[in-house]
Design a protein around this ligand. Structure first.
Ligand code: SAH
Ligand code: SF4
Length: 357
């Protein structure tokens, strides 16, 4: 295991051990935990109920905030905010905050880049740089919560709290399983940030062992699976990992997950013009999902520079949706919010990288 670089990488028990090793009484860990996860403090100097030597030691021996803001954007409708953060080693990740449907949802990254190579995805085009540490994952949530608690005056927003998390930013979360789950355990901790697991959704490209492992977790995080095609011939072209975990295996894992957890699974389907949006494929999808406790999230594709795919027309998308609905499969059509700020997966990083290149 890598040595922790940030105090946010630690579980509560690890923080107790660290501070105990520094000769501090047990209650100090609770105080630090509250500064981090309730007040979203990034500067130990502001942790005013700690003795000064402890504040200084925390500041010099541990990194408290592993993110530094590199670039921020907001959509013209002011409902989507996006940050590009630089990590201590210079890697860049994206976090998006969405303010609609009466929710305040943060979309967090789990890896710098992604190894899965989905052909329509901006993140997939650059390959994997590295896994994020759990503190780098948790601090994206804390940064969004801190921003909401005191939004910049020019936004016109009143102070509010974060209501939902989606692990749908850059990277494949089940390929960085341990660190992602440690971050989620920390964020749901009742003594800290205390967000209910049911307000968190993790999206996977379909890594079967990870889905099976998730089914055993006591923490009830929602599962979303990126399907994008109802048969292996087409899916393997869009989502190369389909060759390793074909649909029969993936659907068996999802069915077992639902049987075990009794929780509804979401399938994500990015509608691409002339590729995966025909009526015949909609009927095939309906057949594949028949009888399963699920919901389909249809997303008109966000076009990515250098990729041949285009979004479906509104008519084609509506037809596809109607066929699923008529077969009794509940759907939502996710609007392309934030498209004017490249809020699709990995798109801001791609633009900044090409600007800097
Ligand atoms: N790696 C995970 C989570 C991150 S991607 C996964 O693939 O599920 C989050 C979602 O964005 C996935 O459903 C992914 O398929 C989708 N996505 C990626 N690129 C997209 C694009 N250009 N337009 C629309 N959705 C896209
Ligand atoms: Fe990775 Fe998800 Fe993008 Fe596929 S869609 S390349 S799994 S981030």
């Amino acid at each position: 295991m890598q040595a922790p670089t940030s105090v946010l990488d630690l579980t509560y028990d690890q923080l107790v051990d660290l501070l105990g090793g520094w000769g501090e009484p047990r209650y100090r860990a609770k105080q630090v935990w509250e500064w981090l996860y309730r007040k979203f403090t990034t500067d130990p100097a502001q942790m005013t109920n700690l003795p000064k030597p402890l504040r200084e030691r925390l500041g010099s021996e541990m990194r408290v905030d592993p993110l530094s803001e590199h670039y921020a954007q907001r959509s013209t409708d002011r409902q989507t905010y996006k940050w590009l953060y630089a990590l201590p080693d210079g890697q860049a990740i994206e976090t998006v905050l969405m303010l609609y449907d009466e929710r305040r949802t943060v979309c967090i990254s789990s890896q710098a880049g992604c190894a899965m190579g989905c052909t329509f995805c901006a993140t997939g085009q650059g390959g994997l740089s590295r896994n994020l540490q759990s503190g780098e994952i948790a601090s994206q949530v804390l940064a969004a919560a801190r921003w909401l608690a005191s939004p910049p005056p020019e936004t016109g927003l009143v102070p509010s709290t974060l209501t939902n998390i989606v692990v749908m930013g850059m990277g494949e979360p089940l390929a960085n399983y341990e660190r992602v789950w440690q971050a989620l355990r920390t964020i749901t901790d009742a003594e800290g940030f205390n967000l209910g697991a049911r307000h968190i959704t993790l999206s996977t490209v379909g890594l079967v062992p990870g889905i099976r492992r998730m089914a055993e977790e006591p923490l009830q995080i929602n599962l979303a699976v990126s399907l994008h095609a109802p048969n292996d011939e087409l899916r393997s072209q869009l989502v190369p990992i389909d060759r390793r975990y074909p649909l029969a295996e993936l659907m068996a894992a999802v069915r077992d997950y639902v049987a075990r957890t009794h929780r509804r699974v979401t399938f994500e389907y990015a509608l691409m013009n002339g590729i995966n949006d025909t009526a015949a494929l909609a009927r095939e999808m309906a057949g594949l999902l028949r009888g399963l406790l699920c919901h389909v999230n249809l997303i008109p594709l966000n076009p990515v520079a250098g990729s041949p795919y285009q979004p479906s027309t509104p008519e084609q998308a509506a037809t596809f949706q109607a066929i699923l609905e008529q077969s009794g499969i509940p759907t939502t059509m996710r609007l392309r919010r934030g498209i004017d700020i490249d809020a699709g997966c990995g798109q801001l990083r791609q633009r900044i990288t090409s600007v800097n290149a």
